[in-house]
Unconditional design. Structure first.
Length: 222
């Protein structure tokens, strides 16, 4: 431990090796969050439907994705899709698609719980006003469900940001990969991994504190 030397981690080194990976990690997180919430909401509505032909495929998808480690899904998609399509997707594109599909299963359960938390009287009131099922969901239920589940959705997004480090398995250049490359080039892998852990901690801890403040504000509004 006495031989640790962090002097090489200058702003120039960080901007040259780490910034590119950080930007991709943020891009992947935002893309997977937006796509995952959109697809997850659709899956949640399917699971809450009274039609078995909608419930069964959605339940099978969610349960399957939640039962498989993310790194295995990343590898399967990255290796198998090119065999099916006959053309490679690229590590970054493959990661974005995989994370969106995987996170949709988790966002789906969050949205399903949020929709179920809305009193049934709200739905009945929508029907009494002459709204259709789709209008009631869009205008009455979903806005309230999003507000109720916003802290949980953001917490899942923080976990998603942490999971972006798994794209190392397919060679994508994320935040962790940037630190790894810098450590190899300067022959200081221990130092770079320690700094990477500190950076992940600072980012995720700060975001967690913001989510807690948001949760307090929402609780006050209620």
């Amino acid at each position: 431990m006495l031989n640790l030397d962090f002097a090489f981690l200058s702003p120039t080194v960080l901007s040259s090796y780490v910034l590119k990976g950080f930007l991709f990690s943020v891009q992947l997180t935002v893309f997977a969050m937006l796509g995952g919430i959109a697809l997850g909401t659709l899956l949640a509505l399917m699971r809450l439907s009274s039609k078995p032909w909608l419930v069964m495929p959605a339940a099978a998808y969610v349960n399957t994705m939640r039962s498989i480690p993310l790194v295995m899904v990343i590898l399967w998609f990255f290796l198998l899709i090119p065999l099916i399509t006959g053309r490679p997707l690229g590590a970054e594109t493959s990661a974005m698609i995989t994370f969106t599909l995987f996170e949709a299963a988790y966002y789906s359960e969050i949205m399903r719980a949020g929709i179920q938390s809305i009193p049934k009287g709200q739905v009945a009131a929508g029907y009494a006003l002459g709204m259709t099922y789709g209008q009631t969901m869009r205008e009455v239920v979903l806005p309230q469900a999003f507000r109720n589940m916003l802290p949980v959705l953001l917490t899942q997004t923080i976990i998603l940001f942490q999971d972006t480090s798994l794209v190392y398995a397919i060679g994508a250049y994320d935040l962790l990969k940037g630190f790894e490359v810098a450590g190899k080039n300067f022959n200081r892998p221990v130092e770079t991994y320690l700094v990477a852990a500190a950076v992940y901690f600072i980012i995720c801890f700060s975001l967690s504190m913001l989510v807690k403040q948001l949760q307090r504000r929402i609780a006050i509004i209620r």
